[in-house]
Design a protein around this ligand. Structure first.
Ligand code: BES
Ligand code: ZN
Length: 429
């Protein structure tokens, strides 16, 4: 949990002034610049530049670094992206929203038996905080209906991982009266897990060996334990950066990708690569005609549950929402050996034609899954196209560095996106 502490210590740190401006929902309008002329000035060319896109990756992932949701670094990244997009002549809006972060300071299991030492462990993400005591009870895998209400009253439930989600296990034993839950691994070693939302009772994760040791000891006779979770929920701010160009027809297209990262790494591929490509596509499009209103959006707080894209969709007026022809999501487009393109059937067909024309091989699918920002749009029936490259051995790790991002892959992502945009310009397609 050191990463979080480090993060918060710096929260009002190096980029304070910029972050404060962003927090006001700054709108940058460079209306006097004709977009095409601005694009020429900004890059000198109206073709997608792999080098320019790669430089954005370097700025985001190396100069700024890890950009966890709600951090000062995330705000600095938003400021960088907003200034780039504004320099191409777009109307750029920084769209702030509130997020909740779970900060864990520690978790402990203390057996109330002289011969057993305390066990330092970790809370399940979003566990209730507090210290409780109770007799340990072997609660199997924590399935619904295993115990009638009250059967675990006042007990600390020892539950094996597997079969049932963490959230359901904890809710099930709490419903039977348990005051805390200890979830031990169903395979060797430790694990970390998330309850998705706040639990009613403290819930901690334990590695398999320590879990089995407690279970063996319990089989020999009663054992009381104390469980402590020291954690709290913090309110923070995140933001989307939205560049808009009004169209001449009542259609709109969103091209987006998240720019936040996990706390454990610099997020060069996940997803400086996608955000960088969105920005470079925006630069190119500034000089190209399109009948639809174009939104180039880099989303904040994706890694804690698609928060930025959820906010963008909620904030979109219903009348505008109905005109959105497509949402193109770029997430992890700089590393790997295979393109994956998934989503709405008609959009996948368009992408297939574009890929064929470019000579790009890709694997196409209809199901885009719920692992990234397109999901927020799919939920309100906006047709989506999800573009990514796979595999990335450094996913969510400290080794997700710019040196592994291939500029040529960014260029292919850019060409695919530009090609689909072009095809979507045709009326009624
Ligand atoms: N970039 C990933 C999603 C992804 C994974 C894209 C593999 C392409 C290939 C995204 O940032 C992520 O980590 N998503 C989470 C879920 C999200 C709702 C927090 C995930 O997939 O676990
Ligand atoms: Zn991502």
């Amino acid at each position: 949990m050191n990463a979080w502490r480090f993060l918060f210590r710096n929260d009002r740190g190096p980029v304070g002034a910029g972050a404060r401006l962003l927090a006001l929902g700054l709108v940058l309008v460079l209306a006097s610049r004709a977009p095409a002329a601005a694009a020429e000035r900004a890059g000198g060319t109206t073709a997608f530049s792999a080098e320019a896109a790669y430089q954005h990756v370097v700025q985001l992932a190396a100069a700024i670094g890890s950009r966890p949701a709600g951090s000062a670094a995330e705000a600095a990244a938003a400021e960088y992206l907003a200034s780039q997009l504004a320099s191409y002549g777009y109307r750029v809006e920084v769209q702030p929203f509130t997020i909740q972060l779970y900060e864990e300071r520690g978790a402990r299991i203390t057996p109330l038996a002289a011969d057993l030492p305390p066990i330092e462990t970790a809370a399940l993400l979003y566990s209730a905080d507090g210290t409780v005591r109770g007799e340990l009870a072997d609660a199997g895998r924590g399935r619904a209906g295993d115990w009638p209400p009250g059967a675990l009253a006042g007990r600390v439930a020892l539950v094996e991982r597997g079969e049932v989600s963490f959230a359901d296990k904890v809710a099930n034993v709490a419903a039977a009266g348990a005051v805390a839950a200890i979830v031990y691994n169903h395979e060797p070693g430790g694990f970390s897990g998330s309850l998705q939302r706040r639990s009613a009772i403290p819930a901690v994760a334990l590695d398999r060996e320590q879990g089995l040791a407690l279970r063996t000891r319990l089989a020999e006779g009663p054992l009381a334990v104390e469980v402590t979770v020291d954690a709290s929920v913090l309110q923070r701010e995140s933001r989307n950066v939205v560049a808009t160009r009004a169209g001449t027809q009542s259609c709109a297209i969103v091209v987006g990708g998240h720019y936040d990262s996990v706390p454990t790494g610099p997020g060069a591929n996940d997803n400086a690569s996608g955000a960088a490509t969105v920005v470079e596509v925006a630069r190119v499009m500034a000089a190209r005609p399109h009948p639809c209103t174009l939104y180039f959006v880099t989303f904040g707080a994706e890694e804690i549950g698609l928060r930025g894209s959820q906010h963008f969709v909620q904030a979109l007026p219903e009348t505008t929402r109905q005109t959105v022809r497509a949402m193109l999501n770029l997430d992890m487009v700089g590393v790997g050996s295979e393109w994956r393109i998934a989503g709405d059937e008609a959009l996948v067909a368009q992408a297939r034609a574009v890929a064929a024309a470019l000579g790009v091989e890709a694997r196409f699918a209809q199901a885009a899954g719920a692992s990234s920002d397109h999901e927020s749009f799919a939920r309100v029936d906006i047709p989506v196209l999800f573009l990514h490259r796979t595999p990335d051995p450094n996913y969510h790790s400290p080794r997700d560095l710019p040196e592994y991002v291939e500029p040529d892959a960014l260029a292919v992502a850019g060409q695919l996106t530009l090609g689909v945009l072009e095809r979507l310009a045709a009326p009624d397609e």
